[in-house]
Design a protein around this ligand. Sequence first.
Ligand code: SF4
Ligand code: SF4
Length: 314
Amino acid sequence: MSTVIIRKAAYNYQLIRPIVFEMLESGEAPVIDTGTRVLIKPNFLAPAIPEAAVTTHPLIVKAAAEFALGKGARVQISDSPAMGSFAKLLKKGGYEEVLKGLDVTVKPFEKTIQVDVTQMMLTLGVKNLFGCIVGLKKPEWHMRAGVDRQMFGRLIVSIFEAVGPAYTIMDGILAMEGQGPGRSGTPRELGLLIGGKSAHAVDHVVCLQVGLDPEYLETQRNAREMGVYDPDYLGWFMRKFVIQKPVADNKACKLCGECWKYCPAQAISYTDRGISFNTDTCIRCYCCLEVCPHAAIRAQKPLAGKVVAWFTKN
Ligand code: SF4
Ligand code: SF4
């Protein structure tokens, strides 16, 4: 079970600082020591004043940076704005002013590297990580996957899992309503800061706060279907006994090692009895199935999953 911390807040540094520190000091937050490299990834969508609620408020970024600096970390603040120049964003968004005097590196992401998520997938607290795709690559991916909402949802979840952020803080003090996240939305006061180790859990709580069924969010549904997030107590049981999983035919397997080399979750190991999958860490991306040159891996629904499927169909 993930813990999500929700606190009433306003854009007042005396209020925000202790809340952000409380979140980052909680048992679920990453341990930061002297020399730890900390990357803070705010939502820097486009140059906009803080009151427009288009970007993460600079005071929240400042509090997170001060916390990490206080632990002796090396702190970098980066994102890849979808529109406008990075320098203009820092000035207009108030970051230049607020971060003055702090020993942090502030720069845009410069290049995208290839990671082992298949092209069938792309995914968003969770959606924010799509910002790690640099500049013009973003619309290119939107074009490729945007025609299919589910595929886009899977892609966003896969990018999120590949980046693997250690902690997520959601700036819900001033949220955006309507046709966001650009300038067509309307800022709406929620007065909340929400933080958690699992961005999936943070997103889930935000949905409940605004009265939205979490299943309506592609990222929530896809994360659940991919087995990377289970919002209920049955999560472990579902992953183990209901959701489809990769299985190997050890007679066909030639032990070439391609599957465990490509597995992004490092969920495959070799034992005396052949290939073995760790179903707790496997993210159901099925890269292993695609790369196996001997067709020795297939996706299989466990018996309980088949029973559930039968009952849902009939
Ligand atoms: S890629 Fe296929 S053949 Fe190679 S080790 Fe994995 S299961 Fe065996
Ligand atoms: S075991 Fe296969 S399906 Fe599971 S995470 Fe690894 S590559 Fe993906």
